[in-house]
Design a protein around this ligand. Structure first.
Ligand SMILES: [Zn+2]
Length: 334
């Protein structure tokens, strides 16, 4: 039976070495893995972008995965007009392309509108349709391609469970696996697209699920948790100049989660840029997150734990984030 036809699968529970794990992942990128569409690259990105959202048993739901998948493809296909499928004689669209174009037509959405700007109702509808169609094609196929070492899955119960060895492996090598995935994805796209849409292709892939509007988070932290001073330098924040900062850089995490977002002044935000903050701030953030967890019930906090934050910080360093930043002038409130 071909991989995509499987309804469920279990990862091979054996002691796999790092070489075995590399071999398993590399076969997704090798020429032996035939692709008519870019689904596998997109699904792998959906997993990697969600890698810190797993629960205690390393499970990710199809809802988590396919809402990311829908976001990535909405932006690539509609916003950037990049085709994701080889050209066939009958010029057929993929189910995914059909769903996205139909939604845009149905709600009269101008095709350049980014996913994050869509009304919540439409985001939910598109994510659901994409999940129902695309789970058929991609979950079992990637499972087989990675030699059954990546994850277990159930299409009926709609989850994947990542092999703990593979989980650790991906966290350690996240940036390089991500880049490899973009490289092969880009090579595929060059074959099926005109040059006109290909400029800045790698940035478009990397930022296909990047949100520019974090004002909802700013409101939660400022209003609900009364964070009125800059997380880093302690200066009072003035309305209109409050920035939402990814504590561990977005370029590493590739997701927006309340546990990783802090309010800062524009000066700190600009200076910190893509660097890791000094580790003295780790405890401050852990304490802040404890308060959020006790007082509220935000979806993104569900699978958060303070020890996970410390691991992610460590993994970011392993992945090349070794410039550490702290502000020069700190205001004390003691
Ligand atoms: Zn500051």
């Amino acid at each position: 039976m071909a991989g995509f036809e499987l309804k469920e699968g279990k990862y091979v529970n054996r002691l796999a070495s790092d070489d075995d794990l590399w071999a398993a992942l590399s076969s997704v990128f090798s020429s032996c893995s035939k692709n008519d569409s870019s689904y596998k690259y997109g699904f792998l990105k959906s997993i990697i972008d969600n890698i810190y959202n797993v629960d205690e048993e390393l499970i990710l739901s199809f809802d988590q995965l396919f809402s990311k998948f829908a976001e990535i493809y909405w932006n690539l296909i509609l916003k950037y007009e990049i085709k994701q499928k080889s050209i066939t004689n009958d010029n057929r669209q993929t189910h995914l392309e059909q769903i996205l174009h139909e939604t845009a037509r149905k709600y009269k959405i101008y095709e350049g509108v980014p996913f994050e700007s869509l009304p919540k109702k439409i985001i939910a509808e598109v994510s659901h349709k994409v999940k129902m169609k695309c789970k058929t094609y991609v979950v079992g196929a990637l499972y087989e391609d990675t030699k059954q070492l990546f994850y277990s899955f159930s299409k009926k119960d709609e989850w994947i469970q990542i092999n703990p060895l593979m989980y650790e492996f991906i966290c350690k090598h996240k940036s390089i696996i991500e880049k490899l995935n973009y490289y092969e994805w880009a090579k595929f796209l060059e074959k099926v697209n005109n040059d006109s849409v290909m400029s800045h292709l790698l940035d478009k892939l990397d930022e296909s699920a990047k949100r520019n509007n974090l004002s909802a988070y700013r409101q939660i932290l400022f209003e609900e948790f009364e964070e009125r001073v800059c997380f880093y330098c302690g200066r009072k924040l003035s309305i209109g100049k409050i920035e939402v900062d990814h504590f561990i850089p977005w370029s590493f995490i590739k997701d927006d989660n309340l546990w990783n977002l802090v309010l800062s002044c524009s000066e700190c935000n600009r200076q910190k840029s893509d660097k890791l903050p000094d580790k003295i701030y780790l405890n401050t953030l852990a304490e802040r997150n404890n308060v959020i967890m006790i007082e509220s019930n935000y979806g993104g906090m569900k699978n958060y734990r303070n020890d996970k934050l410390k691991y992610i910080y460590y993994w970011a360093k392993m992945n090349g984030y070794n410039k550490i930043w702290k502000p020069t002038n700190v205001v004390s409130h003691e």
